[in-house]
Design a protein around this ligand. Structure first.
Ligand SMILES: *Cc1c(COP(=O)(O)O)cnc(C)c1O
Length: 417
């Protein structure tokens, strides 16, 4: 359920007509609904009500500080994967004690930054990383709280690029080898073992891979306990999918119930790292038709391209396309393409699309996750504005970039002057 609905023929975000926003901020722009964000966060978090848990929103899916602040107000923490995301999370007011740091390649500078902030824990991915964290924590006179990300070798049955929990993926430590790194960590002076973590992939549409993972994690916790290693946090990652088109992923409540059942009695706090399931259907991309072309195929050329929304090009992902103002003319099969000089620059291909002409606005749905955050300046296109609607008000939470922004940080060296 989201708050992008038609009133008569016009698409509204909560109480605001989308054309009104387009007139004020120009196109293209990302548009999020605060009511939808709150609703999705709470639905997810409530699925774990009654057991000790912390929902740590996966910042990489949608990282605007206004949206992070909204989740912070609902008690949300953050799952970060870089120093930049740590900076954002702190700036947004997320408590350091609710931040977990994932990722396979943290730098010394990033580790120092997270130690200084006193985050909840580092999810480590190798014994080399453990050695660096020990060394940096010793240098700074800190004790790093750590978990290891274990790789359970479970097939999440999703797109190959977003599968992470298979033995062949670069992520985590094979669960069969993980005991050895825990034994190693136990010897170290400046790390404190507090958790076990895992994240098997993204856009999962079934619960069974999660359940298989939980079973393997439970076995592993028992082996740790037998060695006298007590765990305070079990982090099961994110990955719950959303409906883009025909998928029917489990609702958060069903996902939560299945996980709770699989976990049974547990002495530690559960950590969850949802991204897409909270923000995916809480955001849309609004774009304007520039031209239409009819040759062998029909093309609708819009002002948003693969640099603004990479998912269709990158994963061949499907996003529903709807008119911002519904017309009378029937849909027709066309490709929806952007202005970028690449044949891979499309938002939809060979699809029944609303009949649209120059100047018409179209909405690309389910664009809230991995939309703006994956956008780039390719073709020297300024990144688009982000707008947050709250009731009958809208707020620009990121202004459109300017040409000045494009060259900020670039210099012409003396020998060229
Ligand atoms: C990307 C990522 C997530 C979030 O995944 P979603 O599919 O958006 O829920 C959570 N944890 C880790 C470690 C990730 O890399």
């Amino acid at each position: 359920m989201n708050h992008f609905q038609y009133r008569d023929k016009v698409l509204f975000a909560e109480g605001v007509a989308v054309p009104e926003i387009a007139a004020a901020v120009g196109t293209p722009f990302y548009l999020y609904s605060a009511a939808t964000l709150r609703r999705h966060f709470s639905a997810f978090d409530q699925a774990f009500a009654g057991i000790a848990h912390q929902t740590c929103f996966a910042v990489k899916s949608c990282s605007n500080i206004a949206i992070l602040r909204l989740f912070a107000q609902l008690g949300g923490g953050a799952d970060i994967v870089s120093g930049g995301e740590l900076y954002r999370a702190l700036k947004a007011g997320i408590e350091p004690g609710k931040i977990v740091y994932s990722g396979v390649g943290k730098t010394e500078a990033e580790i120092d930054q997270a130690l200084a902030a006193e985050i909840l824990m580092f999810n480590l991915e190798s014994s080399q990383e453990l050695a660096v964290v020990q060394e940096r924590a010793a240098a700074l006179g800190k004790r790093a709280r750590i978990s290891f990300r274990v790789n359970p070798d479970v097939d999440p049955q999703t797109h190959a690029y977003i599968s992470t929990g298979l033995a062949k993926n670069k992520f985590g430590i094979p669960i069969a080898e993980a005991l050895a790194v825990y034994r190693q960590a136990r010897q170290l002076s400046h790390v404190e073992i507090v958790g076990v973590s895992c994240h098997i992939g993204s856009q999962l549409t079934q619960v069974s891979p999660f359940i298989d993972t939980v079973a393997k994690l439970k076995d592993f916790l028992a082996r740790l306990a037998a060695e006298g290693i007590a765990i305070r946090y079990l982090d099961i990652g994110g990955g719950l999918g959303i409906r883009y088109a025909q998928e029917s992923p489990p609702e958060p409540a069903a996902y939560g119930a299945a996980i709770r059942q699989a976990l049974g009695e547990m002495a530690c706090t559960l950590i969850l790292e949802p991204g897409r399931v909270i923000v995916g259907n809480a955001g849309i991309l609004v774009t304007k038709v520039l031209f239409t072309k009819t040759g062998q195929k029909k093309f609708i050329v819009v002002d948003a391209g693969m640099n603004d929304l990479a998912r269709p090009s990158l994963y061949d992902a499907h996003h529903e396309i709807v008119p911002v103002v519904r017309g009378e003319v029937a849909a027709e099969v066309a490709d929806l393409v952007g202005p970028i000089c690449e044949t891979g620059d499309f938002l939809a291909r060979g699809r029944e699309l609303p009949a649209a002409g120059a100047g018409d606005l179209l909405a690309v749905l389910s664009a809230g996750a991995y939309g703006f955050t994956m956008s780039s300046n390719y073709n020297s296109r300024p990144r688009v504005a982000e707008v947050l609607v709250n009731g009958d008000q809208f707020h620009q939470i990121r202004r459109r970039e300017t040409y000045e922004d494009l060259v900020r940080g670039e210099t012409i060296p003396d020998f060229l002057v």
